[in-house]
Every structure is written in C-alpha cells, then in structure tokens.
Design a protein around this ligand. Structure first.
Ligand code: FES
Ligand code: FES
Length: 463
C-alpha cells in the first residue's frame, strides 16, 4: 500500500467520501465497482476514448487514469452529480433537439466535456467545441450533431444568464443541489495544497521508501494494466511543485504543473505553449504534468523536446540537498534517467531569452492521441545579423531526444547569407547523423520526415 495516505478524503457529487481501499485503484473502477456510479463508462482504460470522463476540481479528467490516492481534498463530479445541476438541463435539451444521442455509451463523457467547454468559454466557436470534445470518441451518432448541440446549449445558458442567472453556476462551474460547487479554475490553484504534504515531507518519504513511484498526473503510470498494484508517492498537491514563476534568467515550472496550467499561464513562452497544446486532448492536458512527462524518460515526450532544444535545466532534490542539471543530460536512453531513487524532480528552469524564433512540429496519427511518430523543434536566434544560436532537436526518432551540437555549430556565427550557402551541407550532415529506429513506422519514413521538418525550419528562418 502506498504511504502518506491511510485514507483518502474527497468530495464526490457533493458528498464527503473517506476511502480506505487501495489508493492505487483506478477512480473509474472505484466509481463503478465500489460506489455504484455506473454512469461513468469504461471504453479503453488508456485515456483515449473519454467515456470515463469526470470533473475533478472543475476540470475534465479521464477517471481511468486517476489513482484514487491522488484525490485528497479534491472535488469530483460524475454524470450522476452533474445531472442534478440546472446547467445540465440546457445540454440535455440541446442534445435531444439535435438527435445527438444514439446508443448513449459516449454521452456521459460527452456531456461532461461539453460542460467543461462551456464553463470556461460561454461562447465557443465550432473549432473550440471540436477541440473540447476531441478526446471523446463516439462510434454511432457522429460529431456534427453533438457540436451543434453544444452551440445551442451555449446560447441557452447565455440567455439564462442575461435574464437573471436562472442557470446555476453563472460564469461557469457546477453547483449541485447539495450546494457543493466546483468551478473550472484557470491556472494553478494556490490553495490546493494548503493542508497537504510539504516537499520536505515528500523527500523524507522518498528516502525511506525508495520503492515508491512518484505520482503527479498519472497519465502514463495508469495506462499500465498493472497500475493498481503500483506503489505510489502522491505528489500532486504539494505547493512547491505547482508553482510557475520567473527570476532574472529563467521561467520556472513546478513538476506537478499540468499541461493546462502551463498553457494558461501568462509567463509560459510560446514554444512551450504550442507543444503543450498539441499534447492529446483536454482531459489528458488537465492531468498530465511537466514532471511526469520528463520522468518517464521517453524520447516521445512533447514538453521534454522543448526543454532539450532550449537548453533548459532541471532541479532535483533529495533530503540532503539539490542539484540542477541540463534536461538533455537527464536522459540515459531506454526509458532510464539520472533521477536517483531518493530524489524528486522539483522544477524545470526554462531560459527567458533567445527562444522567440522557434519552429515546432509534431507528426502523429491522431491529434487527440498523444504519441508522436516524430517531433521536431528548432531555435534560431539572430543578433545584429549574426546567428547567435542554432539548436534543433528530434523526438521519437531513437530512444533519446537527439541533438547534434557539432552540426548546429556550422551555422552559429554566420550571417543568413552565409548560412544559405551552407544549407545543403548542414542538411547532409543531419541526413548522415540521424539513424532512426524501426517502430510503428519505417526507418525510411522517419528519416524523410526528419529531413523535411529540418528543411521547413530553415526555410521558415529565411535560410
Ligand atoms: Fe477510455 Fe478512460 S476508459 S479514456
Ligand atoms: Fe453511441 Fe456515441 S452515441 S457511441
């Protein structure tokens, strides 16, 4: 059993729940199997279908990827709770008016995804609605009628607001009959960890229980079929791991900040924002974290690619002290990292300057599925007509994120005209250096994609 929790206390549809079972159990299974809330459906248990979606602290999250132990002091709303809200009526009537339901299996998740859209954006465009439901699969109704229904519900709710706030939860959020309320907050919630574990306590637990797996978002850990047997150290409520702030040289992202926190924060540089926006769908972005994305040691990790190309640093702590190293040195290949078994990732330090001229592309099968087939990021920083920095990084090509300083140095210190003259040599050097591994796509395909992205980056940069 995971430590730091003898029981988990949270609010579920307005009721206080004290859970004494296995803290590593999936919330989905606990809802359906132990609490009888079968409105939450199980489609894939991999975060891909959205049938299991619930609202946690007002955010859409896939309950199949949540360990119950991570829920301490959170507010969870399932479809059973949401149908008691007046806001549900607007969606219910709109879905019915558009015949946006056939078998109904996806609909609990769709309704909560719809609420999530409307809570944070009362007047969404069609594109915003499609993005909002992009993590929810429907196999029979088709999406057009659902998109229309969400648009109609938005108008209904707006007219109710204008007419005196007939719908509850004005300005977004869910108010239940019991009076419990969970708003869709934006950015990090500074109070979320107010009564929770502090970093020093977590470091002591880490030292004394090295077998525990650090858990922040769960979106990787809970995909495994064995996840319920995992022994986790739950870190998501620790305030020191949830900060985003800047100092003279860096913007600092706490390891437990979700991708949504990062996207919404005004300090986040555009290159990181763009990469995080392309990570899967809203329910994954609301749970997956910066620290988890790096700790998994994957060369496919989208935010890690950005940290590598921008020469970002990572701060690691144990009970005796801390060390700060380049993110690119953190990876050892084959899913292994430099994280010692008494250490935790505390934050990532991203340089504030020299990263504005960037290029980022992710090539994958389906946008709302997070796995990149190949990803690329490039930085070209020009000062007074001279290339001051050139850095490119490739993800999902081999088992580490790759950079070749020697090749990039060919362009540093050159003018754009000089770089143009060196362009084909530069590309040829990369063509020789990149030796992709075979995966779901062929070696040749991966190589072609890499070189095409490199060319595109150079052309966008005027080379
Ligand atoms: Fe498919 Fe959870 S069951 S996303
Ligand atoms: Fe059948 Fe969506 S209504 S899966």
């Amino acid at each position: 059993m995971s430590v730091n929790l003898s029981k988990v206390t949270f609010f579920l549809n307005g009721d206080k729940i004290s859970y004494n079972g296995n803290p590593s159990a999936r919330l989905l299974d606990v809802l359906r199997g132990e609490l009888g809330l079968t409105g939450t459906k199980c489609g894939c248990k991999e975060g891909e279908c959205g049938a299991c979606a619930v609202l946690i602290n007002g955010r859409l999250v896939n309950s199949c990827l949540v360990a119950v132990g991570s829920l301490e002091r959170t507010t969870v709303v399932t479809i059973e709770g949401y149908t008691k809200s007046k806001r549900f009526t607007a969606l219910d009537e709109a879905y019915a008016s558009q015949s946006a339901v056939q078998c109904g299996f996806c609909i609990p998740g769709m309704i909560l995804a719809s609420e999530s859209i409307l809570a944070s954006n009362p007047d969404p465009t069609e594109e915003e609605i499609r993005t909002g439901i992009s993590g929810n699969l429907c196999r029979c109704t088709g999406y057009n009628s659902i998109v229309r229904a969400v648009g109609i519900a938005a108008k209904t709710l707006a007219s109710q607001e204008a007419g005196g706030g007939d719908a509850d939860g004005g300005g977004g959020g869910v108010e239940l009959e019991c009076g419990a309320r969970c708003d869709a907050g934006l950015g990090c919630d500074p109070d979320a960890g107010a009564n929770g574990m502090m970093l020093t306590e977590a470091l002591v637990l880490r030292k004394n229980n090295p077998e525990l797996i650090p858990y922040t978002g769960g979106t990787d850990l809970m995909v495994s079929g064995e996840c319920e047997k995992g022994k986790y150290l739950f870190l998501s409520n620790i305030p020191d791991l949830r900060n985003i702030y800047s100092d003279d040289n860096f913007i600092r992202f706490g390891a437990a900040c979700t991708f949504s926190n990062v996207i919404e924060h005004p300090l986040t540089p555009e290159i990181l924002k763009e990469a995080c926006k392309q990570i899967a769908a809203p329910a994954i972005r609301n749970a997956g974290t910066i620290g988890g994305n790096i700790a998994n040691g994957s060369a496919k990790a989208d935010s890690a690619l950005i940290f590598v190309v921008t020469d970002s640093l990572i701060r690691l702590s144990n009970i005796n002290g801390e060390r700060t190293i380049p993110v690119r040195d953190f990876y050892l290949g084959g899913g292994k990292t430099l994280l010692a078994n008494d250490e935790l990732i505390v934050e990532v330090l991203m340089p504030k300057t020299g990263i504005d001229n960037y290029y980022y592309k992710k090539v994958g099968a389906r946008n709302a599925l997070s796995i990149a087939r190949t990803s690329f990021a490039g930085i070209l920083d020009i000062k007074e007509g001279i290339i001051d920095n050139c850095a490119v990084a490739f993800g999902a090509v081999v088992d580490v994120i790759i950079r070749f300083d020697d090749i990039d140095n060919m362009l540093i210190g050159k003018t754009i005209e000089e770089a143009k003259a060196l362009k084909e040599d530069y590309i040829a050097a990369y063509d020789k250096a990149i030796i992709p591994r075979r995966g779901r796509v062929s070696i040749e395909y991966r190589k072609d994609v890499c070189i095409n992205l490199l060319r595109d980056f150079l052309e966008q940069s005027g080379i």
